[in-house]
Write a protein that binds this ligand. Structure first.
Ligand SMILES: *Cc1c(COP(=O)(O)O)cnc(C)c1O
Length: 389
């Protein structure tokens, strides 16, 4: 790998050489049949990953654009959107919805906890809600949503399920063909970005709409968006030789390679790998007296928000790690200074994570907190082998 540092933040994530190579290929015309074929393949692989018979969109933009695209094409001004929020990124849907005149209602969990399914049930029974957003893994708290519980409750009330997979897609199950207890109960929209569990540099917004979500779009007469209107993109996604707005040619090369790696590894295997990473990183850090904000039964496979033991200075800790080539993130909002966030997703390897555990131990020792790094590394390896057996 040509990377000089280990970028273990909740995205962007480490980029492997074959993806860099793809990125550095000669830029072709966006209408060149050779590029058109790559774009078509990339869209096809996305469709396969999400297992959808609906429409898939892969366009320039970050995850936030994908969030916007999901919401504006399904919910109109004056209609109600329910946000199930497990942190900062769940909350982002509140402002987003309001910007388009949508009536937003929100259920916020205490940071580190999940919203209770009973509350979701109560809200949906009380009023007519058009769509509900679920953040699959909230990047601020490391809390994962329980789709098996939430999807049936939402679908029973006839609302659309919009799943924010920006920190989960390709690492946690997002199967749009899966039925949740009833043939009609499925995830309607999945949105994601290229730079997290997919392992491609930032810059692509990826969204998939099933038939129910597409009929919601059909009923919207005047969409308050232009670039984000899926109707402007549908002809291109079905025939990439057509033009609406110039696609990011080199990023599409990279994404096609990234998706090839995802599908070659296999989704089931990938989901298990991430689950093992999450458990093992948290178990190893616990050896240092560092606990995750989210309890294990609600913790995400892709990243963890880790509370500092008494007396560790956030800035000093992260600066010392950065000097050793390990980049982790600070925490957001009221947790800033009290916790750090470590990503363990995408094309991150077991070796990288084991090294990260050693470096964290080394750094804690340097900062005067005596810990046993090799014991933690052992715990990491043990947990991984236990999970993958
Ligand atoms: C990172 C992230 C976003 C925002 O994505 P950007 O690419 O930064 O716009 C949205 N939702 C979740 C869950 C995320 O992790």
């Amino acid at each position: 790998m040509r990377n000089k540092e280990m970028l273990l933040i909740p995205g962007p994530t480490p980029v492997v050489d074959s993806i860099y190579d793809a990125l550095a290929e000669e830029t072709q015309s966006h209408t060149d049949p050779r590029f058109v074929s790559i774009y078509r393949n990339a869209i096809e692989k996305t469709r396969e990953m999400l297992n959808t018979d609906g429409e898939v969109f892969v366009i320039s933009g970050s995850g936030t654009l994908a969030m916007e695209m999901a919401v504006v094409n399904t919910v109109s001004a004056g209609e109600k959107l329910l946000v199930i929020s497990h942190g900062y990124f769940g909350d982002r849907f509140i402002q987003l919805g309001k910007a388009f005149g949508i009536e937003v209602d929100v259920l916020q969990a205490e940071w580190g906890k999940r919203v209770s399914p009973e509350e979701v049930q109560k809200k949906l029974s009380a009023e007519k809600i058009k769509a509900v957003t679920i953040t699959h893994a909230d990047t601020s708290t490391g809390v994962a949503a329980d789709l098996n519980t939430l999807v049936p409750i939402i679908k029973k009330h006839g609302a659309l399920v919009i799943l924010d997979g920006v920190c989960a897609t390709a690492a946690m199950e997002e199967d749009m063909g899966k039925t949740y207890g009833n043939p009609e109960f499925k995830i309607d929209v999945v949105l994601t970005g290229s730079q997290k569990a997919i392992g491609v540099p930032p810059g692509l917004a990826i969204v998939a709409f099933n038939q129910s979500a597409l009929s919601a779009r059909e009923k919207i007469e005047r969409l308050p968006a232009y670039y984000c209107d899926i109707y402007n993109w549908m002809p291109i996604m079905n025939d990439p030789s057509k033009y609406f707005a110039t696609p990011p040619v080199n990023l599409i090369y990279a994404y096609d390679e990234g998706m090839k790696l995802v599908l070659e590894e296999g989704l089931e295997k990938r989901y298990r790998r991430h689950e093992a990473y999450g458990k093992a990183v948290r178990a190893a850090l616990a050896e240092f007296g560092m606990t995750a904000l989210a309890e294990e039964n609600v913790a995400a496979a892709t990243l963890s928000c880790i509370l500092y033991p008494e007396g560790v200075n956030d800035a000093a800790f992260r600066a010392a790690l950065a000097k050793k080539g390990l980049i982790v993130s600070g925490a957001l909002a009221h947790l800033a200074g009290k916790a750090f966030r470590i990503g363990h997703m995408g094309n991150t390897t077991e070796q990288m994570l084991e090294k990260a555990i050693m470096l964290i131990g080394e750094t804690l020792n340097e900062l005067g907190h005596s810990v046993d790094s090799s014991q933690a590394a052992e715990r990491f390896i043990e947990t991984i082998s236990h999970c993958t057996k």
